[in-house]
Design a protein around this ligand. Structure first.
Ligand code: ZN
Length: 506
């Protein structure tokens, strides 16, 4: 009690000192503005002279973009995307080293365009159109049997041979694998409607991705898309679905992990500047407590067998309609009871249902010692949880485009992470389900966080801290590699070849 009183006095008394009658002292006012700015994400990052020059340039670009109409972060991403693509700030962000992608789901890692234009053109690919305007795919060396959801399978090669307009056909397939629409507000009037389409798109893609030969290429392509966007490391949430061969042979989770391990090794061999990738084993929150218990037991074993591949465990699916973390408390306590460590990376607070049981996931995630918080959209409403996560340096995985498309917020300037950023709360930026939202890499989400959520006050220091945050916590083992890392970016644009954006690692 005495300690907290002292702390309060220490924080507030110096501030009250400034409050006087009459005209405030301009020097004191400037000092307060500087103090406040120093608290934001990146507020204490010291920029070199060259970086300060770059920062001023970025600031001018931001001012121009923020005064133009329409302002991309204020409108739906599906309408904003072409505007962002022409943005000078975005083009700089693309060139920037962005650290690690720590919140991406395996079923939506690779662009739908690649799935349609590459994977569906492979031999033995069958398609079936379902009654609810979705599709299923299946690779098979013979005509597939009818299933409850799919009565009539057609060989895509044969179907395409009969088609007049292949471009339109391929576009229609892509639309079924993403959430994209030209009228997002009309087509998705509520969270329920957009989540329904979201789940459908996942199911539609499953038959393509879980075909064993495709999965290898899929992982490689996913790493390639991230690397192309200057991302250095990936932690992928995956349920390790069973995969199948052309003759119907089924592979288990061990096979999926081995494949991921092999592909990652090959990719880092081909691209030595890419640091690696790990899996966060994920199960759906629609499961029962005993099913989750079994999944956790299995995850403990898999982590023991693949310590370099398995990072930990998470529960996925829509929080508002699935079991809460407290509902699964018996299962989630299992590692501690067994005396083993299974790091948790919980989705928590991906909700605007303030005060509900689901809303308590934020606190429960921290009580179960989560390593990071997926989304944490609700965190700003939980002062105690916010304090806890800050003290323990539990970073929020901010996925702005996901939150907007899934209808938690429409104008990203109103995203609650604006408060977290202004307080310098530990945070990383990620893309959640890039293929479903029509993004690749992290640059689009960085743009929305940097320009929309961070506003004019977010600066080059903010970008550096966001990138460093993503690697500092999870890649401690890679520090020796990282000390060698620097990236010369923005030189062409600025036409000042001596300017580099260098990230220092502590
Ligand atoms: Zn997610």
């Amino acid at each position: 009690m005495l300690i907290s009183l002292c702390q309060t006095l220490l924080v507030y008394v110096p501030l009250l000192w400034f409050v006087t009658d009459g005209m405030p002292d301009p020097a004191q006012r400037d000092s307060l503005i500087r103090q406040e700015a120093s608290r934001q994400t990146g507020g204490r990052v010291i920029l070199t002279a060259a970086e300060q020059k770059l920062d001023s340039y970025l600031h001018r670009l931001k001012e121009q973009e923020m005064s133009a109409a329409p302002f991309p972060p204020a409108i739906h991403f599906f309408k904003a995307k072409p505007l962002i693509q022409t943005s000078s700030v975005f083009k700089l962000l693309q060139k920037m080293p962005k650290g690690a992608a720590l919140h991406i789901h395996s079923s939506s890692l690779v662009s739908a365009e690649w799935l349609v234009k590459n994977v569906t053109y492979r031999p033995h690919c069958y398609i079936c159109f379902t009654w609810d305007n979705s599709v299923r795919f299946l690779f098979s060396d013979r005509q597939p049997f009818p299933r409850w959801d799919c009565f009539y399978w057609q060989l895509l090669q044969t179907l395409r041979a009969k088609m007049g307009d292949l471009v339109a056909f391929d576009n229609s397939l892509m639309q079924r694998l993403t959430l994209f629409t030209e009228d997002p507000d009309g087509e998705y009037p509520s969270q329920d409607v957009v989540w329904e389409k979201f789940e459908k798109a996942f199911i539609a893609a499953a038959g393509l991705i879980t075909h064993a030969p495709v999965l290898r290429d899929y992982y490689y392509k996913g790493l390639d898309e991230l690397h192309h966007d200057n991302v250095l490391y990936l932690e992928l949430r995956s349920g390790l679905s069973r995969t199948y061969e052309l003759d119907g042979t089924i592979h288990d989770k061990v096979w999926a992990l081995k494949t991921f391990q092999e592909v990652t090794k090959k990719f880092t061999g081909d691209h030595p500047d890419f640091l690696g990738a790990r899996i966060i084993i994920s199960v759906h929150r629609a499961l029962t407590v005993s099913e989750v218990k079994a999944a956790i037991k299995e995850a403990i074993q898999l982590q023991k067998d693949f310590p370099d591949v398995v990072a930990g465990f998470d529960m996925v699916g829509r929080e508002d309609s699935g079991g809460t973390l407290w509902f699964f408390r018996e299962a989630l306590s299992l590692p501690a009871e067994l005396g083993v460590t299974l790091p948790y990376f919980f989705h928590a607070g991906e909700t605007d249902d303030d005060g509900s049981n689901v809303d308590q996931n934020i606190l429960d995630a921290l009580l179960f010692n989560t390593t990071r918080i997926g989304h944490g959209f609700a965190l700003a409403h939980h002062p105690l949880a916010k304090e806890l996560s800050r003290k323990r340096n539990v970073a929020v995985e901010l996925c702005p485009i996901s939150n907007q498309v899934l209808k938690l917020v429409s104008d990203l300037r109103n995203h609650p992470a604006a408060v977290l950023m202004s307080e310098g709360h530990p945070m990383v930026i990620s893309s959640d389900d890039p293929s479903l939202f029509g993004t690749t890499g992290l640059s689009y989400d960085f743009y929305q966080a940097f320009v929309g959520i961070g506003g004019l006050k977010a600066n080059l220091g903010t970008l550096k801290e966001l990138a460093v945050n993503s690697i500092r916590s999870e890649l401690i083992n890679f520090i020796s590699f990282m000390s060698m890392f620097s990236c010369s970016v923005l030189t062409e644009t600025l036409n000042t070849p001596h300017i580099t954006l260098r990230i220092h690692f502590y």
